[in-house]
Ligand binder design. Structure first.
Ligand code: NAD
Length: 302
């Protein structure tokens, strides 16, 4: 299959490489020439614009930062829609809001181009190994056409509904995962300031409804050892929570907990941690309270 890929960043670069490894021919575009060079060295062709990617491809995949980028790349001047033949298919894998996805999909459909959304779960390491979680929305016939390409990038696929449903799933997931992270850092910081050890809090919480995967898996690898190297960056977490808070507003509903998480993330960003891992949320609370939420030496037996 002739596949195009636009947005060759931390996630998109390795995802595009896996499409090449899957035996498809690949045409790529990115604003960053160094990212394009990595893919051409692996056997992809470089295009001069999203329009040219569209013209060269049966299926175009996008992995871009923001809803405005997705809209621009598909429908803007020199966009994919200008170049792609009727009957083409596009797969947007960026994390954006369902409303933008539906709007772009409708405009493309009027030009005879089908769209599937498939935002991804897990991390950049899983992008490299082709083992991402895929949350897919769209018409079943379009999803079936997209499957050989999707299968190059992910190993767990969830069909979520019509176009935009994948984005709705991803947005919901990230709102919850990030608010849990914010709540964890707040609670643990208060506990340490009150004189509790991290070990004690973890042991107790393992037995109660407070226990969660951020505490069990993510924080021991990053926050609890003071490692805020990215990872999942504060600015991307803020973007995802903002998408959910705004989507809630559009639905006539105020996401109060999400707004609290967003304020926490924005504060971390304003303190210079925008491009650090969300483990930085623990750091800012530690600095504020003059504490460290880290494992202690083993307590002596009573
Ligand atoms: P990134 O910033 O590393 O990559 C984005 C790429 O898009 C860059 O190479 C940039 O040059 C390119 N780009 C931006 N605007 C463009 C345009 N108009 N035309 C062509 N190229 C353009 O970001 P990323 O970490 O790869 O994330 C991409 C998307 O995936 C985001 O929506 C993010 O929220 C989501 N996501 C990220 C992770 C993660 O762990 N990093 C995990 C799941 C989902």
């Amino acid at each position: 299959m002739k596949v195009g890929f636009i947005g060759l960043g931390v996630m998109g670069g390795p995802m595009a490489a896996n499409i090449l490894k899957g035996g498809h021919s690949l045409t790529v575009f990115d604003l960053n020439p160094a990212s394009v060079a990595t893919l051409t060295a692996a056997g992809a062709k470089a295009a001069a614009s999203p329009r040219d990617v569209g013209a060269a491809s049966d299926i175009v995949v996008t992995m871009l930062p923001l809803p405005s980028h997705v809209e621009q790349v598909y429908l803007g001047p020199n966009g994919v829609a200008e170049g792609m033949a009727r009957g083409g298919l596009v797969i947007d894998m960026s994390t954006i809001d369902p409303q933008t996805s539906k709007r772009v999909g409708k405009a493309l459909r009027e030009r005879g181009i089908a769209m599937v959304d498939s935002p991804v779960g897990k991390t950049s390491e899983h992008a490299v190994t082709g083992t991402l979680t895929l949350m897919v929305g769209g018409d079943p016939a379009d999803i079936a056409r997209a499957k050989p390409v999707l299968d190059c990038m992910g190993n767990q696929t969830f069909l979520c509904g019509g176009l935009g449903a994948g984005h709705a799933m991803k947005m919901t997931n990230n709102l919850l995962a990030t608010t849990i992270m914010c709540a964890n850092t707040e609670a643990l910081a208060i506990g340490v300031k009150e004189g509790l050890t991290l070990e004690l809090m973890v042991e107790v919480m393992k037995t109660t409804m407070a226990w969660n995967q951020q505490l069990a898996v993510a924080m021991p690898k990053k926050a609890f050892i003071g490692d805020d190297s990215p990872g999942f960056m504060v600015k991307l977490a803020a973007k995802d929570v903002r998408l959910a808070v705004d989507a809630a507003k559009a639905l006539g509903f105020q996401a109060l907990v999400g707004e609290g998480a967003l304020a926490t993330l924005d504060r971390a960003a304003s303190l210079g941690y925008a491009e650090r891992d969300t483990a930085a949320l623990m750091k800012i609370r530690e600095d504020e309270l003059g504490i460290r939420v880290r494992p202690q030496a083993q307590p002596k037996a009573a």
